[in-house]
Each structure stands twice: as structure tokens, then as C-alpha cells.
Write a protein that binds this ligand. Structure first.
Ligand code: GBH
Length: 479
């Protein structure tokens, strides 16, 4: 059997996000985002840091493109900072030409080097003004209209972009932003952590609003831009693989399925099937917003591709009894050991992440089956490495653990395509370079490039940067 299983035009490359790499929060008229505000609250970010400088990519686009060239990447997924484009965010607020010019030039520069841009419109950095003005993501009427306006401004500004992603991981903005409060804007029911928030309700409202905003932007793109520009648009959802804690216990088997429904199907079922999953309706009742016919008509069928972010796997153990009102997992526990005491994978720097390539293959199959074989773009996949930040440079750049992660995961992808028939057409490794890892600050590194934050943001390619390209080369058909 041939190992050349990926189509010739398979897109592979690396991903980043605006707030994690750009820095320059006040340059050229950028307005503040909810992450600028959140980082300034003591105790929210592990090392007390923020994205104020990060990788300084706003001033180093040339260096970043050179890095991409060195890796041989065919594509680059990056996100746009809404508050650079419309500093106050709203549809009646002024558009900032300097913000537009920055991304326009960047896209042109990428294309000049033969690198395909894949653009995320929203990677969590809502303009701060919208949060203050009307409650931001919680306000269905206003948020949907303002996002649609911003999306349209970008579609108009960047006609050469052919791959658009509306939202990155709405699960994270909804649950971490409005239930646990770990991410901006930090709402949670726990009054020790936040003066505002109702974890039993707000996250589900925000999730609903994301879907509507996505559907609305897609409608605009399809009606006004796709006919002339010929591009495509989708949403990126996060979700990790599952195994029942006890494969003999039907309740664990069911719980494992429920975990996927509460993370992935929450968003993907409305988009592909026109409804929320039954398990969520059953547990959440009227706390889960219901769809009006007009709303669901916007959302159903609104993906040209399925954007998939995935990193790890969990053993799932069911819980008994009525779940608490703030439960968002689906009345279950996520574990790294199963009943037999087997461990799912080696430790990394991220407490939530342990590599498990077989899980990736399983999850690709699950998505493919549940959503009738959509075209899948893996828009993020990667790992941190235990203790990496404390190593000397010569050991950091020799990141065999990360290289092995990519061998395992890309190998699993090739099997899913070649042996299981899953339709995967792109893969973006997370991340092109070490960057601001949100609530973890800079201690956790995900880059295939080391960024020397103390040494003027200089970049050094790690071993893993040189492994991804040859891997895809080995799996991709030449014609
Ligand atoms: C991605 O999310 C992000 O898109 C990217 O910006 C980020 O840098 C990258 O991961 C690496 O972290 O137990 O409440 O802390 C991945 C999905 C879901 C992974 C939430 C971390 C932590 C949940 N993330 N999860 S919590």
C-alpha cells in the first residue's frame, strides 16, 4: 500500500493568533480588546504578563514570513485583531485605514512568497468597547450585527484571501469566558473571581450568539463575495478525543459520546443538522437558547469546510445524580488514566494535554461520520513540552518530543485519510512560534520556533520546524 495518501493540493502550514503574537497594542490606532483589560487584572495570567509585546510580530512580519519559508510551509493561518480594524468595534464606529493596510500588506507579502493565507476573523480578542457598551458577546442583537459589519469590512479589504474562518473555538470564549472565568472577560458565578457572571446560563447564550454571528457572516460572504472572489468560509471548533474509562460500562460509553456532544456537537450539530444535540437539551433545558426558524435557517448549512482544532484525549467516566447548574461537560469526569490504570499519554507542560495520536484518528472518523464526510481542515494541532521553558537554548531547539508528536499525529491523519476515507485537506500546526499562551502567560511554549523574549524577540527554528514539511512531503501525492 502506498503511503502517498494526501491529495497533491493538500495545504499544510502553521497557525498563530493576533493577540498571542502581535504586541503593539497601541500602534497605528488599535483599540483595546477584552484581553488587554483581562491581563491587567492581577492574578488572571500565571506570570502576570500580557500580549503587550508578545513576539512583536506587528513589527516583524518579514521575519515571520522568512520563518515560514524556511519550514517550506504552503499556508499560514493567522487572525485579525478586530480592534485594529474598527478600534471601537461597532458598525457605526470609524474604520481604521492603518489597520486594514497592515493586513493587506501582510497578505500580499505572503502571496508573493507563494504562501496561502488562511484568515481567522476572531480569535477571542473582542474590542473592549463592545463589552462595555452593551455586554459584548452576551448581546445577540448588537453583537451579531457588529460582527457581520466587521466581517464584511474584511471580506472587502482582502479579496485575495480564499480561506476564511469566522470564529476560533467558540467553546473557549463561551465556557472559559463565561463559565469558569479563566479567559476574558472572566465572567463566572464564583464571586471570589468575578463580580459578574452566571455560569449556569451565560455560556449557553454566548454560544448561541456565536453561531448566529457565524451564520450571518457566511450569508454575507456567500451572497456578496464568494461569487466574485471564489473563496470559502467555515468555523473552527475545538474538541479532544475520548475513550470510555471502563469500556465494559455502557454508562461510560454513553458519557464519552456526551463529552463530544457538549464540546463539538454543541456548535457542529446546529450547523450540519439544524439542532442542538439531544443530550444537551435534556441536561440544560430552557437554559439552552432555542432556535427560531429564521435563526436556524441562517446557521444550518453554513460551513464550506469543518475547521478542527485538537490536541489531546481523555478517558471519560460518567457521573451519577443531577449535575450542578454550572456543569458544562455533560455530567462526567475527564481523566488521563482508565480503569485498568493505563495512562493516555506522556505529560507535557500543559496540564490538560497528553499526546494520543490514535485518538486523533478516532476523532477524525467521528466527525466525518456524524457530519456526513465534510471537508476537514485541521486548523490547529500541536504540543507543549514539559519543562521546556527552563532548558538552555541548545536543548530547546532539539525538541524531539514535539517532533515525535507531529510524526504521530500526522501519521494518524494519513491513516484516517488513506485507510478510513476521511476527507482532510489541510493541516496547520500550532504554532509557528512560541507565543502568549493566554492564562498561562509565556511559561508554556507551543512553537516550532523558539522566541527569545529576553533577547529582543529573536526567533530560532527548533527541530520540529524541520520535521513537519518532510512528513507531509512523504504522505502527499506528486500528481
Ligand atoms: C488552542 O486551544 C487555542 O486556539 C490557541 O490559541 C492556544 O494557544 C492553543 O490551543 C494551545 O493552548 O482546563 O479550563 O484550562 C486549544 C483548546 C481548550 C485547550 C481549553 C485548553 C483548557 C481548559 N483549549 N483547554 S481548562
Amino acid at each position: 500500500m502506498t503511503t502517498k495518501v494526501l491529495p497533491k493540493d493538500f495545504l499544510w502550514g502553521f497557525a498563530t493568533a493576533a493577540y498571542q503574537i502581535e504586541g503593539a497594542p497601541e500602534a497605528d490606532g488599535r483599540g483595546p480588546s477584552i484581553w488587554d483589560k483581562f491581563c491587567a487584572i492581577p492574578g488572571k495570567i500565571a506570570d502576570g504578563s500580557s500580549g503587550a509585546v508578545a513576539c512583536d510580530s506587528y513589527h516583524r512580519t518579514g521575519e515571520d514570513i522568512a520563518l515560514l519559508k524556511e519550514t517550506g510551509a504552503k499556508a499560514y493561518r493567522f487572525s485579525i485583531a478586530w480592534s485594529r480594524i474598527i478600534p471601537l468595534g461597532g458598525r457605526d464606529d470609524p474604520v481604521n485605514p492603518a489597520g486594514i493596510a497592515f493586513y493587506k500588506t501582510f497578505v500580499d507579502d505572503l502571496l508573493k512568497e507563494g504562501i496561502v493565507p488562511m484568515v481567522t476573523l476572531f480569535h477571542w480578542d473582542l474590542p473592549q468597547e463592545l463589552d462595555e457598551r452593551y455586554g459584548g458577546l452576551l448581546n445577540k442583537e448588537e453583537f451579531v450585527k457588529d460582527f457581520a459589519n466587521y466581517a464584511k469590512v474584511m471580506f472587502e479589504a482582502l479579496p485575495k484571501v480564499k480561506h476564511w474562518i469566522t470564529f476560533n473555538e467558540p467553546w473557549c470564549s463561551s465556557i472559559l469566558g463565561y463559565n469558569t472565568g479563566l479567559f476574558a472577560p472572566g465572567h463566572t458565578i464564583d464571586r471570589k473571581k468575578s463580580p459578574v457572571g452566571d455560569s449556569s446560563k451565560e455560556c449557553w447564550i454566548v454560544g448561541h450568539n456565536f453561531l448566529l454571528a457565524h451564520g450571518t457572516a457566511v450569508k454575507i460572504y456567500r451572497e456578496e463575495f464568494k461569487p466574485k472572489n471564489g473563496g470559502e468560509i467555515g468555523i473552527t471548533l475545538n474538541g479532544d478525543a475520548v475513550y470510555p474509562w471502563d469500556t465494559e460500562d455502557p454508562l461510560d460509553v454513553e458519557a464519552a459520546e456526551r463529552k463530544l456532544e457538549f464540546s463539538i456537537a454543541w456548535f457542529a450539530d446546529p450547523i450540519y443538522h439544524g439542532r442542538y444535540p439531544a443530550s444537551m437539551t435534556a441536561q440544560l433545558g430552557s437554559r439552552l437558547p432555542s432556535w427560531t426558524p429564521e435563526e436556524i435557517a441562517l446557521v444550518q448549512g453554513s460551513n464550506d469546510f469543518y475547521g478542527m482544532n485538537t490536541y489531546t484525549a481523555n478517558y471519560i467516566k460518567h457521573k451519577t445524580g443531577t449535575p450542578p447548574a454550572d456543569d458544562f461537560l455533560g455530567n462526567l469526569e475527564t481523566l488521563f488514566e482508565n480503569k485498568a490504570g493505563e495512562c493516555i499519554g506522556p505529560e507535557t507542560q500543559s496540564f490538560w494535554l497528553r499526546p494520543n495520536p490514535q485518538g486523533f484518528r478516532n476523532l477524525l472518523n467521528w466527525i466525518s461520520k456524524r457530519y456526513n464526510q465534510p471537508k476537514i481542515y485541521v486548523t490547529e494541532n500541536g504540543t507543549s513540552l514539559k519543562g521546556e521553558n527552563d532548558l538552555p537554548l541548545e536543548q530547546i531547539v532539539d525538541d524531539e518530543f514535539r517532533a515525535e508528536y507531529y510524526r504521530g499525529y500526522v501519521g494518524a491523519l494519513a491513516k484516517a485519510v488513506g485507510e478510513d476515507g476521511v476527507n482532510v485537506r489541510a493541516y496547520m500546526a500550532w504554532s509557528l512560534m512560541d507565543n502568549f499562551e493566554w492564562a498561562e502567560g509565556y511559561e508554556t511554549r507551543f512553537g516550532v520556533t523558539f522566541v527569545d523574549y529576553e533577547g529582543g524577540q529573536k526567533r530560532y527554528l527548533k527541530k520540529s520546524a524541520k520535521v513537519v514539511g518532510p512528513l507531509f512531503d512523504s504522505y502527499t501525492k506528486k500528481e
